[in-house]
Design a protein around this ligand. Sequence first.
Ligand code: GLN
Length: 193
Amino acid sequence: MTIGVLALQGDFSEHIAILKRLGVSTREVRLSEQLDDLAGLIIPGGESTTIGKLAEDYRLMEPLRQYGREKAIWGTCAGAIFLSRDARRKQPLLGLMDITVERNAFGRQVASFEADLEVPVLAAVDPRERPYHAIFIRAPLIETVSGDAQALAQLEDGRIVAARQGRLLATSFHPELTGDDRFHRYFLHMAGV
Ligand code: GLN
């Protein structure tokens, strides 16, 4: 079973490094044919407008939507924005998840910060309960979750930073930049790997 990482722009190599460390076979995805037979796909952090424009240029928008209707996709940061159905401005979005996001929601001064999150669902992959230390870099906020989408993690003030809808996962932070691989293992679990 292979997990793909969308490799148009952003920090895809960090995701690949963690997956390799977990013993998972990986594939960089730039062409629609490369989605075939993948158990799941990760869309990395980077710049969501650039990822969207490149996805259009590479004719990946429809193949990615089709893929996401049946299989597991996890978007981190810019990837979460790309999965959403509304980011408040005009930019190419997959619109697969019933979440709306606010880009760069934390302003310039605190554009990057770290926070310990309570993420109860991680107990599915690791029974030793402890906070998840999350790194936010010019991060979006998940403003609303609707339909079947559910919040998985919130900041202390209640603002949502992780959500799941069926086989789709969105995190506004960067699990590929920490040594804690629980979110990667959670996604593998969702993808049935
Ligand atoms: N600010 C970026 C965007 O709006 C996301 C930042 C990131 O992925 N670290 O797309």
